[in-house]
Design a protein around this ligand. Structure first.
Ligand code: FBP
Length: 557
């Protein structure tokens, strides 16, 4: 249903007209997809080729100007689905899609599956009409059709997806999702082609985590807005810290595995400590080495009478610490193998004792060394598959408790005489549904419009690719990249699976190198930056600003 009541900002924001890349301005009928070179997957080429016999090796597609009136001749119905975690800009992808489709032929229809991929299986959808769309333009969230994390995996589910698409006469499915959802889009495209359905599947790169990127995707949408929201909050904390000068704030930031969000927020605020999970892994650091590295900064600052500071911790840190990863995996096995024994146990203590006895001695000792609350959390918070829910572990609290213990030991040894009073935060959901920044509003609209052009041209197995992102939006280039080019083979749940390669922070990458040069200065000083709230109106220097990550990665020098 169209939303009746809008906030003041939403009313004004509704008027915002995304800048359409020049190539798309005259609509799908004036865009010709130009086929480039044949492609290959990033790794494991032979295996990926075997798994995708119908869609492997397809050429890259770039859009050029040209008469293409055929795309609007027959009216089509196209379906869209939002998959996985929310990311600012999802509604504008749908707006771009709708506008692209209607521009090609006013009789074209767009429908949205409800509640994520489960909507495909349950044949649950609504039509995205113009009035409905208009009340969601330039807004955050995925509430227009909601999202979900159901994975279409089994042969029965694939057949069900095909049945739904065919029964309703949908010519294409647009999957807006992260690496896993786009992997699924690639598998569906392959299946639909094998079954000769003629149904296209096109992906759109979404995730605040920023880890779905490669030579075809400069950034996933939502990263820009989410990091701006977190940076505003962290900047405010930095200013509070610098005013009160009595607390250390430990802030965990979302990002299931990659540390891009934390690094970007680090650039935007210049907090004293910025942990990067990928560096911890590269250096094979133990938990106690991570704790020591934090304690060192606290001790040094306290020697300057600075008993305060801000530390940023990526959500995925735990899994980058090799021994913790090992512990979590062993714990998953022990919990699964002993479920019958554990289930009837009354107290957590009883359960813990059993687990301590079953774990290999070194891991048992590690688990015993963890603060009581965290050890219990490891035992209790399990996902539907029975695995430890790593994203629920309060790493910021774990680190504060362990740092406290370390500082106490240093105090006894006479090497620390300062104060340490810590406050913890977790910023995650706060950033996922914010109103998209101008960058994300423009980018998502262009991604959606591009997806419409790809689908109208009956291409399949492609992801919408909008490039040249450091230029003004009018100069962005548009096209598609085959999903198979991004795939490699990884072990998932004990089986070899083709998956889109996740882009982690690399220590050789320009963003990390830039950070490594300045982090010591950030540690000892109060060079905090206060980015403030996202600006939607006003000088372009603030309204059109992109991320430091994108700038470091894409600037020529
Ligand atoms: P996507 O990769 O699906 O975009 O989701 C990312 C994310 O926001 C992570 O940052 C976070 O760890 C996770 O989702 C939280 O998931 P949930 O919404 O299921 O709690």
């Amino acid at each position: 249903m169209a939303r009746q009541q809008l906030s003041e900002l939403e009313c004004h924001r509704k008027q915002f007209k995304p800048t359409v890349p020049d190539i798309l301005k005259k609509g799908p009928a004036s865009v010709r997809p130009k086929l480039g070179k044949a492609t290959r997957s990033v790794a494991h080429q032979e295996t990926v080729k075997k798994l995708f016999p119908h869609t492997y090796g397809m050429p890259e597609v770039s859009f050029t100007v040209g008469d293409n009136r055929a795309v609007g001749r027959t009216a089509v119905k196209i379906a869209v689905v939002l998959s996985g975690g929310q990311a600012p800009g999802g509604h504008n992808v749908i707006a771009g899609l709708l506008d692209g489709l209607k521009k090609a032929n006013a009789k074209n229809k767009l429908v949205g599956f409800l509640g994520g991929p489960s909507g495909i299986l349950e044949n649950s959808w609504i039509e995205i009409t113009a009035p409905l769309m208009d009340s969601y333009r330039n807004t955050g969230g995925f509430d227009i059709i909601q999202s979900g994390r159901t994975k279409i995996e089994s042969p029965e589910q694939f057949a069900q997806a095909k049945a739904t698409m065919q029964k309703n006469g949908f010519a294409a499915l647009i999957v807006i999702g992260g690496d896993d959802s786009n992997t699924n889009a690639g598998l569906l495209a392959e299946y639909f082609k094998r079954e000769q359905t003629g149904i296209s599947v096109i992906g759109v790169p979404k995730t605040i985590d920023g880890d779905l990127k490669n030579e075809h995707i400069g950034t996933s949408f939502g990263f820009d807005t989410a990091t701006k929201i977190y940076a505003e909050l962290v900047g405010n904390i930095c200013r509070d810290v610098n005013s009160a000068r009595k607390y250390w704030h430990f802030v965990r930031l979302m990002g299931r595995s990659a540390s891009h969000i934390t690094l970007e927020v680090g650039f935007k605020t210049q907090a004293n400590i910025v942990l990067v999970g990928e560096e911890v892994l590269a250096k094979k650091m133990t938990l106690s080495q991570v704790v020591d590295s934090i304690a060192r900064v606290i001790v040094k600052r306290s020697a300057l009478k600075k008993h305060f500071g801000v530390a940023l911790i990526p959500e995925g840190l735990i899994e980058f610490i090799p021994e913790m990863k090992e512990l979590i995996s062993a714990l998953n096995d022990v919990l699964a193998d002993n479920e019958a024994l554990i289930k009837p146990m009354g107290s957590v203590e009883e359960k813990k004792n059993l687990v301590y006895a079953k774990l290999p001695p070194a891991l048992s000792a590690l688990m015993r060394s963890l603060p009581v609350g965290i050890a219990s959390q490891l035992m209790l918070d399990r996902d539907p598959h029975g695995n430890v829910q790593v994203s629920q572990i309060e790493t910021e609290k774990l680190l504060v408790e362990m740092v406290k213990a370390k500082l106490d030991a240093l105090r006894v040894a006479g090497s620390f005489a300062g104060k340490f009073s810590a406050i913890t935060h977790f910023f995650g959901y706060e950033g996922r549904c914010g109103a998209p920044s101008n960058f994300d509003a423009n980018y998502t609209y262009a991604l959606g419009y591009t997806a419409a052009v790809l689908a109208l041209n009956r291409l399949t197995g492609y992801i919408s690719s909008v490039k040249n992102l450091l230029q003004p939006p009018a100069r962005w280039t548009c096209g598609g990249a085959p999903l198979t080019t991004m795939m490699n083979v990884e072990r998932r749940k004990g089986k070899e699976k083709p998956v889109i390669l996740k882009a982690l922070v690399t220590l050789e990458g320009k963003p990390f190198k830039a950070f490594a040069k300045v982090r010591d200065a950030w540690a000892m000083t109060e060079s905090y930056l206060y980015p403030g709230p996202i600006q939607y109106f006003g000088p372009s220097a603030v309204t059109e600003m992109t991320t430091k990550t994108l700038q470091y990665e894409q600037k020529k020098k």
